[in-house]
Write a protein that binds this ligand. Structure first.
Ligand SMILES: NC(=O)c1ccc[n+]([C@@H]2O[C@H](COP(=O)([O-])OP(=O)(O)OC[C@H]3O[C@@H](n4cnc5c(N)ncnc54)[C@H](OP(=O)(O)O)[C@@H]3O)[C@@H](O)[C@H]2O)c1
Length: 312
């Protein structure tokens, strides 16, 4: 089997294609021949020694926590999947999952069947960002119909799905992005859009019930002005979560951080929404597995519309 791996925490340039023996699935696991793997900011952060690197016991490390593919072998005790099933998953996070590979071993309980109407590339890119948005809005944020939601970085991987899921729930949604993404945000269903390069969101919005913060740092701290007194901000970038939460606490405002977790039932619900067209995954670009470093550079630039996906 082939896998893109780093042998030191030296960033995208360290990614190299390694030839490995194909492993066998253990109890509760399945072997999947992958068709595509999604890219997320945590991938390049981890390859540079940040992100989830604290969960890596030993190098080499193969990045990637989400993929689509075909089940090729079953481990002991697996009864929910069959050989030949087309599956998708957000797996093992934050522990290494190794999805930048043509073959992976995945926990069967973290995979769901890929709906036939959802193509393998979209299925691969849906898991991490989609479940982050889902869990932030519905589990941590307890979003209710009619509430107002402000999404900071609404055009990004998490943001563009958060906008659509909040609209699906019947919320009033405001999104921030640069001017070039205004039409994109409108196409997602945003009721209001703010160009963060020209306008300060904190001078315009003062009664948000929920803020999904995909930017962090000073941007998030300034956006606390947008919350109503009973509102809540969920800040996603872990590097600045402590300082944003401290700023919220100093003003008696509720700020939460969270880490997305694999949940196959939620992923299946999300996949059904995507396959029926109620939620759309925007694919900014696709790259061959061998081009992962190029995709990491693009992602690290911070202006991807939707998602990048590696094809196998
Ligand atoms: N805690 C967790 O479990 C968890 C899970 C997923 C992600 N995250 C973190 O959440 C953050 C967002 O992830 P992502 O995958 O959505 O990132 P992403 O796809 O890389 O975000 C790119 C988007 O950010 C926008 N953007 C950049 N600066 C902005 C600003 N100041 N204001 C508004 N928009 C801005 C860009 O829009 P323009 O091009 O218009 O500027 C672009 O569309 C990352 O830090 C990631 O690591 C955390």
């Amino acid at each position: 089997m082939k896998a893109m791996r780093i042998h030191a925490f030296d960033g995208p340039e360290g990614l190299q294609l390694d030839e490995l023996d194909t492993p066998a699935p253990g109890p509760g696991e399945v072997l999947v021949h992958t068709r595509a793997a999604g890219i997320n900011p945590i991938d390049w952060k981890t390859c540079a020694g940040g992100g989830a690197s604290g969960f890596i016991d030993a190098l080499p490390f193969c990045p990637g926590w989400e993929c689509s593919g075909t089940v090729a072998a079953l481990g002991e005790g697996v009864e929910t999947l069959r050989i030949g099933d087309e599956v998708m998953g957000f797996i093992r996070f934050p522990h290494p999952a190794g999805c930048y590979a043509d073959t992976i071993i995945a926990p069967a309980e973290q995979l769901c069947l890929r709906p036939a109407a959802l193509d393998p590339v979209s299925a691969a890119g849906l898991g991490l960002a989609g479940l982050t948005a889902w869990q932030a809005l519905f589990e941590v944020g307890h979003l209710k119909t009619g509430q107002s939601v402000l999404v900071l970085a609404a055009a990004g991987g998490v943001g563009h799905l958060a906008v659509q899921l909040a609209k699906w729930k019947g919320a009033y949604v405001i999104g921030t992005a640069s001017a070039g993404n205004k039409g994109f945000l409108q196409s997602l269903g945003c009721d209001d859009t703010i160009d963060y390069t020209r306008q300060q969101v904190e001078t315009l919005i003062h009664d948000a019930d929920l803020i999904i913060d995909c930017v962090g740092g000073q941007t998030a701290i300034q956006a606390l002005d947008c919350l109503n007194p009973h509102g809540q901000m969920i800040t996603l970038p872990s590097v600045t979560a402590a300082e944003v939460m401290a700023a919220g606490a100093a003003r008696d405002l509720k700020v939460s951080s969270m880490r997305a977790r694999p949940d196959a039932a939620q992923l299946h619900e999300l996949a059904m929404l995507a396959s029926s067209g109620k939620v759309m995954l925007s694919i900014a670009d696709t790259f061959a597995l061998e081009e992962a470093a190029k995709a990491h550079h693009l992602s690290a630039h911070g202006h991807i519309r939707g998602k990048l996906v590696l094809t196998v």
